[in-house]
Design a binder for this molecule. Structure first.
Ligand code: UDP
Length: 420
């Protein structure tokens, strides 16, 4: 059969964690099939994030056939209806699709947002093995406007020709089994984990701090360091920073703590720490700004990760077999944390119900208890996480489930005559 050439356009969602994954997906599609000759990635920018030029420089050297085009800057958080316009190139986790399907069906029965009073209600969401408590729903589903935007997005999912999900069969078996049997939904291609492991230029990284972190990790014993990092937006108030500092002081563990500060204020991570803190933890802890997270998680000294449970962070920690203590903060992170703790038993529950910006504080005692548990909580969880790391790698090998799903996706997509 003659091989036709194909060009793709991918649209990256205006969220920091999405561009590297979209680039990674583009590379994977090109490496997978020689018919994919050229890929253009359209990328929105948020205020206070740098243009994608740092990525495009590295890309033009390694993959000259992938073009990165900056779209105009938009507000942060992006208007949710923007997502409805790009929903046909969507890549997420399978549990999120279950939530989307549930939302559009619920909307026909109850056309209103979630309610604080029903926090202990249990929901039956497609693809989840267990009933899901209302309080792990994305916090924005409790607000009228954003609830409506989510419902609109959920409705659009049904019109897609196909949906790629960034997960793998052993991680979300129930959701994947559910969607493989569901006839009234677009085909779901399970192509993950799509994780960006190399060429991660990031203008937020201070090169001096980067070298200091990696040198310090080199000096630590295997699996002795707990890593705290709450994604690209996990800005905490000074009261919460103080509780983490107290928790780290009292648990006695070695730690690397990445602190996000408000980009609109000229505050450095050290400015937020309690007086004398660094002196009291000399030698056993490092505080930094933007961390080279993938390099950190891949380092043998790192034995545990206190994470906000962004999906990229979960996939990266699983890839390197590092167990998580869950501290979800916003978006669908609570649902991710629920899956990791209650459904899969892969993570320690630090919190499932914390919502950033709502005035609640996680106290030092809870933090140090969770750190001790993730660092010293016996080998069985660590073994389970390592086993999942092996399964993630297997899924991507030639003949593995995600490798085969990419083949099926490309075969079906390229068989469609664009003129029809
Ligand atoms: N990240 C990083 N250093 C940091 C914070 C985040 O390298 O200090 C990276 C992390 O490795 C991940 C992404 O930023 O790839 C965050 O994505 P995730 O989905 O976990 O969370 P989000 O930022 O979207 O809430």
């Amino acid at each position: 059969m003659a091989k036709k050439a194909a060009a793709f356009i991918l649209v990256s969602l205006p969220v920091t964690g999405h561009l590297p994954v979209t680039i990674e997906l583009a590379k994977r599609l090109m490496n997978h099939d020689r018919r994919v000759k050229n890929i253009t990635i359209l990328s929105w920018r948020l205020p206070f994030t740098s243009p994608s030029s740092s990525y495009s420089d590295a890309l033009s050297r390694s993959h000259p056939d992938i073009d990165l085009v900056d779209l105009p800057e938009i507000e942060d958080p992006p208007p949710l209806d923007l997502y409805t316009r790009v929903a046909e190139a969507y890549i997420y986790r399978a549990g999120f699709l279950g939530l989307m399907k549930y939302l559009s069906e619920r909307h026909r029965r109850v056309a209103s947002e979630f309610d604080d009073r029903s926090c202990h209600e249990l929901l039956s969401i497609p693809g989840f093995d267990r009933s899901v408590p209302v309080n792990v729903m994305p916090p924005r589903l409790f607000q009228k406007d954003s609830h409506e935007a989510y419902v609109k997005l959920a409705e659009r999912f049904k019109d897609a020709k196909g949906i790629l999900v960034n997960t793998f069969t052993d991680l979300e078996p129930h959701a994947i089994d559910y969607f493989s049997r569901e006839e009234n939904y677009p085909p779901v291609y399970v192509v993950g984990p799509v994780v960006n492991l190399e060429n991660r230029p990031n203008p937020n990284i201070d090169p001096v701090e980067h070298d200091m972190i990696m040198r310090w990790l080199d000096e630590q014993h295997e699996s002795s360091v707990v890593f705290f990092c709450f994604g690209s937006k996990g800005v905490l108030d000074s009261m919460q920073v103080k509780e983490i500092a107290l928790g780290l002081e009292s648990c006695g563990c070695r730690f690397l703590w990445s602190i996000r500060t408000n980009p609109m204020k000229d505050v450095k991570p050290y400015d937020l720490l309690p007086d004398g803190f660094m002196g009291r933890v000399t030698g056993r802890g490092v505080v930094c700004g933007w961390a080279p997270q993938v390099e950190v998680l891949s380092h043998k000294a790192v034995g545990g990760f206190v994470s906000h449970c962004g999906w990229n962070s979960i996939l990266e920690s699983l890839w390197f077999g590092v167990p998580i203590a869950t501290w979800p903060m916003y978006a669908e992170q609570h649902l991710n944390a629920f899956t990791m703790t209650k459904e899969l038993g892969l993570a320690v529950e630090l919190r499932l119900d914390y919502v950033s910006g709502h005035g609640s504080v996680v106290i030092a005692e809870e933090i140090s208890r969770a750190v001790r548990s993730v660092m010293n909580g016996g080998d069985s969880r660590r073994e389970k996480v390592k086993e999942m790391a092996g399964l993630a790698r297997k899924a991507l090998m030639d003949g593995g489930s995600s490798f085969s799903a990419v083949s099926t996706f490309l075969r079906e997509l390229l068989a469609v005559d664009p003129s029809s």
